[in-house]
Write a protein that binds this ligand. Structure first.
Ligand SMILES: Cc1cc2nc3c(=O)[nH]c(=O)nc-3n(C[C@H](O)[C@H](O)[C@H](O)COP(=O)(O)O)c2cc1C
Ligand code: SF4
Length: 495
């Protein structure tokens, strides 16, 4: 895990929990109606989180229903269901919506949340497209299967070794030499892209327009997103969230690093084109009375990536087009992710950009709490300056009532999202609203849950996953060592 150069261990902020009376008049607990007519009972929000509980065919499971049922008991204004694949292709245990056969499972999810929240929680689902990534290969496999020897490689090797015989060496000799070479030789001889594939696993990019399926993404994606959105609408969801953030396809189109020269890259206009076209296709399919929002990055936090100047404009243009809300995240990119071990896949939440996405208590002087609110504030300001009232969702280390209330009062966001605090205590929103803040189990912001996500293991929280394993009906992790959901509420569970 990347840690900032300054490694200050921050204390959790002192909470000041409201009485039930104060909560009733607090901004956080006021309703909010989105443009398409959907009313949130409060400005509280559980953002998308993949808990690794779907089947390997992308279907809902009892464990997944329980995960969302447990969040629903906290009665947030909205829950956004995890990143859900739009294509009908095998995607490991990632939830999917790319075919009508997924509708019955998704219907159960909707019914569970309606019932367990007493109808107080609106349910959205995050739709994602992603490109192929391969696991990091052993060097022998890389040089045998993927490496294409060229004149340039031979010349660089001759130069590096001072041995001109390499200029005419056979492919076999070159592959063999490189297989047994050290990292600095690989760095010198391979192109940056080849070196990346060797040390991080091969990864497709939206700029690989020499590949037909990448070139055709603008032709394919609007319909794929729209059909998946329709399936979710038929399953009863209140809306969809288009995943335009982090390491995935749509964020890569928006990125300043996108230099596609087919009208879908290079300029700000070009980079926005596909995200707007996807929105149009989805909106046309689900109609005006269904929520369509999106998640974007306020800053990619990578060299050459989009910063706030770009993202303010993205926010404005997406709001103008009719998005019901904009949810703002930061970072979470492949470009700066740590090299995975051989046999493992790269994980976009490991480098600096990953840190900024889910900041921990080991931080620089700014600390992790509310760290990304300046980004949502800035995008919101732009939207307001252009006369629009599109709500902006802020996230990132928000875990007390006063932080949430101040963020709303100060115009940093219109809706407060909390991911890890909601894992730590899914009941925390309701406890706050009912004046029982002292009972909240507080997230420690140390990212044990994120480490499980990194290994694609069922996500749980260190604060509760070893407690009461033998209680009747408790769902356990595959290895039987952890409970999968927070224990039912008890009146004495402060952190
Ligand atoms: C286990 C885990 C899985 C996540 N999965 C997603 C996801 O599917 N889509 C997404 O946009 N963000 C995802 N996130 C990021 C969160 O939605 C959120 O932006 C981030 O954790 C920062 O908020 P927090 O400080 O309240 O945790 C995930 C976070 C965690 C901890
Ligand atoms: S595992 Fe740690 S970071 Fe994750 S929710 Fe629990 S306390 Fe928070």
């Amino acid at each position: 895990m990347w840690t900032p150069p300054e490694r200050i261990r921050h204390m959790l902020p002192e909470p000041e929990w409201p009485s039930a009376e104060d909560a009733a008049s607090a901004r956080l607990f006021q309703p909010l109606t989105l443009q398409s007519g959907c009313t949130l009972s409060s400005r509280t929000w559980v953002p998308a989180m993949v808990p690794w509980r779907a089947t390997s065919e992308g279907e809902c499971t009892p464990e997944l229903l329980e995960w969302y049922g447990r969040f629903a008991e906290g009665q947030p204004g909205a829950i956004v269901v995890e990143a859900t694949g739009i294509r009908d292709i095998p995607s490991g245990p990632l939830l999917r919506a790319g075919h009508p056969r997924f509708i019955p499972g998704l219907q159960k999810l909707v019914a569970t949340v309606r019932e367990r929240s007493d109808g107080r929680t609106r349910l959205f689902i995050q739709l994602i497209d992603f490109l192929r990534i391969r696991r990091r290969p052993p060097p022998a496999r890389y040089f045998e299967r993927f490496f294409r020897p060229s004149e340039a490689h031979r010349q660089r090797l001759a130069l590096r070794t001072g041995d001109s015989q390499w200029e005419t060496a056979s492919d076999i000799a070159l592959r063999d030499f490189l297989t047994h070479s050290e990292d600095d030789t690989h760095r010198d001889i391979l192109t940056p892209r080849e070196y990346d594939s060797l040390t991080r696993g091969d990864r497709e990019r939206v700029t690989d327009t020499h590949l037909a399926h990448i070139r055709d993404l603008p032709a394919q994606l609007p319909a794929l997103f729209a059909n998946a959105a329709k399936h979710c609408q038929e399953a009863g969801f209140d809306g969809v969230e288009l995943h335009y953030a982090h390491a995935y396809t749509m964020a890569s189109f928006l990125s300043r690093r996108n230099n596609r020269d087919d009208g879908y890259g290079e300029t700000l206009e070009g980079r926005l084109r596909l995200p707007l076209e996807v929105y149009d296709a989805v909106r046309a399919k689900v109609g005006e009375n269904h929520v369509v929002g999106c998640r974007i990055l306020g800053d990619e936090i990578i060299e050459g990536g989009s910063g706030i100047e770009d993202t303010r404009e993205f926010g404005r243009r997406l709001a103008e087009r009719g998005m019901d809300y904009l949810s703002i995240s930061a970072g979470g990119k492949f470009e700066d992710a740590r090299k995975p071990r051989v046999g493992e896949a790269i994980y976009p939440y490991t480098g600096q950009s990953g840190y900024e996405c889910m900041p921990t208590v080991r931080s620089d002087s700014r600390g992790p709490f509310g760290r990304n609110l300046p980004l949502s504030a800035s995008i919101r300001e732009t939207i307001r300056d252009h006369g629009m009232s599109t709500p902006v969702v802020g996230a990132g280390g928000i875990q007390t009532f006063s932080m949430a209330e101040q963020a709303l009062a100060g115009g940093d966001a219109d809706i407060i999202a909390a991911a890890r605090q909601s894992i730590a205590d899914p009941d925390w929103w309701r406890k706050m609203r009912e004046g029982r803040g002292e009972e909240i189990r507080r997230c420690l912001c140390t990212n044990y849950c994120e480490a499980l996500d990194q290994r694609h293991q069922q996500v749980t929280c260190q604060l509760w996953d070893r407690k009461g394993l033998e209680e009747p009906g408790v769902q356990l992790s595959k290895d039987g060592k952890r409970r999968l959901n927070a224990p039912p509420e008890t009146p004495d569970t402060p952190a």
